[in-house]
Design a protein. Structure first.
Length: 119
């Protein structure tokens, strides 16, 4: 069974912090590069951060220095620690697994979790 399930979203004031988690089925987690994306109302989906199977990370310029992505291999979970949040960080945040299956790469997505940054 394949699943990606995000949690941890909510309402936070500007300057605050939130921690998002994505629980992933074990097989998918073990072989996939994992990413967090976000989609603000009326806008396209954008890449926020990526962590490879080996633990290498990359961030969009808009979150660099404020967000941190990590993998918890014991829990099959990918986390996104978000600090110094700004109103423009308001969006639905999605977890994505980029999974090599034979000669192809398949994408798996979670359902998303809403993050609202507002006073």
């Amino acid at each position: 069974q394949v699943y990606l399930e995000e949690s941890g979203g909510g309402l936070v004031q500007p300057g605050g912090s939130l921690r998002l988690s994505c629980a992933v089925s074990r097989f998918i987690f073990s072989i996939s590069n994992m990413s967090w994306y976000r989609q603000a109302a009326g806008k396209g989906r954008e890449l926020v951060a990526t962590i490879t199977r080996g633990g290498s990370t990359d961030y969009s310029d808009s979150v660099k220095g404020r967000f941190s992505i990590s993998r918890d291999n014991a829990k099959n979970q990918v986390n996104l620690e978000m600090n110094a949040l700004k109103p423009e960080d308001t969006a639905v945040y999605y977890c994505r697994g980029e999974t090599p299956l034979g000669a192809t790469i398949r994408d798996y997505w979670g359902q998303g979790t809403q993050v609202t940054v507002s006073s």
